[in-house]
Design a protein around this ligand. Structure first.
Ligand code: NOJ
Length: 734
């Protein structure tokens, strides 16, 4: 449809019809089932209002979607197609590793591929919009939603943001693409106490410099929707924050897409205490620039009347509706409202073999090897049939190894570790009978994990210990249950269950050769687990091909290459902890316990494993950093290089990282900031020169007057395999 035609359509629509476009229904209003993640006001809607709604969230299944599309379009005076939206977060049917794990790949290319597979499957299933990428910067592992973010760094998150938007959207009119929705605008990742939905206080400088860049990167990449966050930002709920949505998002960042509220967030401005009632909440939201009210009754119940009474100019409604119609038009929905009708066709696309291969590759690349005392890779060539490697723990034969927000139609398609190991056809593998109790009656968001009887638990435990003592090595597959992360998944502890710790301790008493494979959706405090294990591999929530990817990496068919995109603390008390913190007046570079220095009395300040850290099966040596010049002006560049050598006897992949530091500026700068990374693949003995270009814009920050500038002076550049590298050189900006 041409722009002219869209304008004509808008002109021809009644006020009720226009408001309808601004209402999003939860699936349960139209059909049984569907995703419900909070209270919805839409239960109060009239039949007419339901018929007029412009979009629906939370349905899966091509046939169902097409049927609803037909049914709803028939009710609309202008037969405008609806938008069907879903949280496609970790992939769709082919489930990829969680976004935090994708962050650890340091591979925007892989993230792009993961999102383009997700888009192809979601579009084949009838969906038009995914509520992804989630780009909230995360520094507090207590918050359950850290699993949905690429991590703690503005630069890495921005690179991932661009890649993910490209992967989902490509050319939006293609059949295998969906529109992306960046979220949660803004600052949702910094709630007080790590409690979900809690308030966020961020200085304008921190917001601009650390929290906004990834959202902005998605906007610049052409992301078509943006979702407001649940939280207050500096005491104003985002869905009613005109400054945030109009001035920052639209004016400063240049966003011209559709703004959708989070689930019921418009109505939630009443309990937040900035709207006296839902009517006022509707007024605040439309004035702030929220185009679609997700599942609350605010727009449906009050917007038309607010316009009629003259309290809200109709122009605001028109602008919002035009943006929604434009999106529908750009998706090609006016010509083809049923993008995929043929469920047989959809069936061929879902879980395609090449998609599974990509998921396997991405999962393997996301694992982070935190410790290895020469025990990994595992030996393949045991001579005996007997159990020389014992596989023990609740995750050995567990399919629930995909992240929160995964809705696979066929969970049986997930490959468990046992299946992955068996597929290698090796001798000497033994799997503990029964699954050792996971979290023994522990509460998750969706109920309690079944609590096996004590006899059963004791029996499993003694079988596991007996197997461990008769084996050469033990692979312990432990973890945090997936339902302890994701939305409403905040925790006040960062460990695995006591039952699993008991298993680890008991196994350790009979066999020290333990490789721990750890599943988690957040950084955990793993000090004891690391101490008791000879190797520790974090595998996050790896998805459909998890078991194959884990077997690949453990046996060295693929090499571990992930680097932490979020810091692992030593203890819960260190949280929030992140590498790019600020220097204090009493720094403590030794990270030891020092009285009257920055830090704690009972714990060192350094994390257990910093951002950017991750081992390989080989070693990499870095030469000193070479700069081609020591001085530069704006418009010039310095080339910083190192030679990286694989000094071990296995091939390996290293992520070479560039960090910059501004040691003296008009405002205090982070102790270092990631400004570049490159992955290199090196054969044993091979060396490669890796170069980065340092340019003046990379040195900019918000100065004392909030101007985004660089200041002349001395700078430090570090290049290494982790954020704590000391391999540095100095240069001057003149
Ligand atoms: C609430 C969550 O905060 C958001 O991330 C999600 O997209 C919506 N619910 C829709 O499910």
């Amino acid at each position: 449809m041409t722009q002219e035609k869209l304008n004509e359509l808008l002109k021809d629509m009644s006020l009720e019809e226009k408001v309808g476009q601004m209402i999003q229904l939860p699936a349960k209003v139209l059909t049984s089932g569907g995703l419900v993640t909070g209270p919805t006001g839409t239960t109060q809607l009239t039949k007419e209002q339901i018929g007029m709604a412009g979009s629906v969230l939370g349905i899966k299944g091509a046939e169902k979607i097409c049927e609803l599309q037909k049914q709803q379009m028939a009710k609309q005076p202008h037969h405008i197609p609806l938008l069907f939206m879903l949280d496609v977060i970790n992939g769709f049917e082919t489930i990829f590793p969680i976004p935090l794990a994708l962050g650890c790949t340091f591979s925007p290319e892989m993230a792009e591929e993961a999102c383009s597979v997700a888009a192809a499957e979601a579009a084949a299933d009838g969906l038009h919009v995914t509520f992804s990428p989630m780009l909230d910067l995360v520094r507090d592992a207590r918050w359950g939603r850290v699993m949905e973010s690429p991590g703690e760094d503005p630069y890495l998150n921005s690179e991932m943001a661009r890649a993910m938007v490209r992967g989902y959207q490509g050319d939006l009119r293609e059949k295998d693409k969906v529109a992306a929705c960046l979220k949660h605008f803004a600052g949702y990742g910094a709630p007080d106490g790590g409690r979900d939905y809690d308030n966020v206080e961020l200085s304008e400088r921190t917001l601009m410099e650390d929290y906004l860049p990834a959202y902005e990167a998605a906007v610049k990449e052409g992301c078509r929707l943006a979702m407001t966050s649940f939280n207050t930002l500096n005491r104003i709920p985002s869905s009613g924050n005109k400054w945030l949505l109009r001035k920052i998002l639209r004016e400063k960042m240049g966003f011209d897409g559709v703004v959708i509220s989070d689930y019921s967030a418009v109505e939630e401005m009443v309990p937040h205490g900035i709207a006296a009632d839902v009517r006022e909440a509707a007024k605040l939201a439309v004035e702030a620039g929220v185009d679609i009210d997700m599942v609350s009754n605010a727009y449906a119940g009050h917007l038309a009347e607010l316009v009629r009474s003259g309290e809200v100019p109709e122009k605001l409604v028109d602008e919002a509706v035009l943006r929604i119609l434009t999106l529908k038009n750009d998706l090609g929905l006016f010509e083809e409202p049923f993008k995929v009708v043929d469920s047989a066709e959809a069936g061929k696309i879902l879980l395609r073999e090449d998609f599974r291969q990509k998921a396997r590759e991405a999962a393997a690349a996301s694992f982070v090897l935190l410790k290895n005392e020469g025990i990994l890779p595992l030996r393949k060539n045991f001579q005996s049939e007997e159990g020389s490697i014992a596989w023990i723990g609740p995750y050995v034969d567990n399919r629930e190894i995909y992240g929160a927000w995964s809705f696979p139609k066929r969970p049986e398609e997930t490959v468990t570790i046992k299946q992955g190991v068996e597929a290698k056809g090796l001798r000497g593998m033994s799997f503990a009978q029964g699954s050792y109790v996971m979290d023994k009656g522990c509460a998750t968001k969706f109920g309690r994990i079944p609590n096996p009887s004590d006899e059963q638990t004791d029996q499993w435990l003694s079988e596991a210990v007996a197997l461990a003592s008769s084996s050469d090595q033990v692979v312990l597959c432990l973890g945090e249950h997936k339902d302890l992360t994701g939305e409403a998944g905040s925790r006040t502890s960062l460990g695995i269950s006591e039952g699993q710790m008991e298993l680890l301790r008991k196994v350790r008493q009979v066999n020290p050769n333990i490789v721990t494979v750890l599943f988690c959706g957040r950084p955990l405090a793993v000090k004891e687990i690391a101490e008791l294990s000879r190797a520790l591999l974090v595998v996050w929530m790896p998805g459909t091909e998890g078991g194959n990817a884990i077997a690949d990496v453990l046996f060295g068919d693929r090499v571990p290459q992930g680097k932490l995109s979020m810091t692992f603390p030593r203890s819960l008390g260190q949280v929030p902890i992140y590498y790019n913190h600020f220097a204090t007046g009493r720094p403590n570079p030794s990270h030891e316990i020092h009285l009257f220095r920055n830090g704690y009395m009972d714990e060192v300040t350094a994390p257990l494993y910093p951002f950017g850290y991750g081992l390989s099966y080989t070693e990499f040596a870095y030469s000193e950093v070479k700069l081609d010049r020591r001085e530069m002006k704006a418009g010039e560049r310095i080339t910083a290089s190192v030679t990286v050598t694989n000094t071990g006897d296995m091939s390996g992949v290293e992520t070479v990282q560039l960090y910059l530091r501004d040691p003296s500026a008009s405002v205090v700068r982070p102790v270092r900031s990631l400004k570049g990374f490159q992955k290199v693949s090196l054969a044993p003995g091979e060396s490669r020169e890796v170069s980065f270009s340092i340019e003046e814009p990379m040195l900019r920050f918000y100065d004392i007057d909030m101007n985004y500038v660089s200041e002349p002076g001395r700078f430090e550049a570090y290049i290494g395999g982790s954020s704590d590298t000391e391999n540095g050189a100095e240069f001057v900006l003149v």
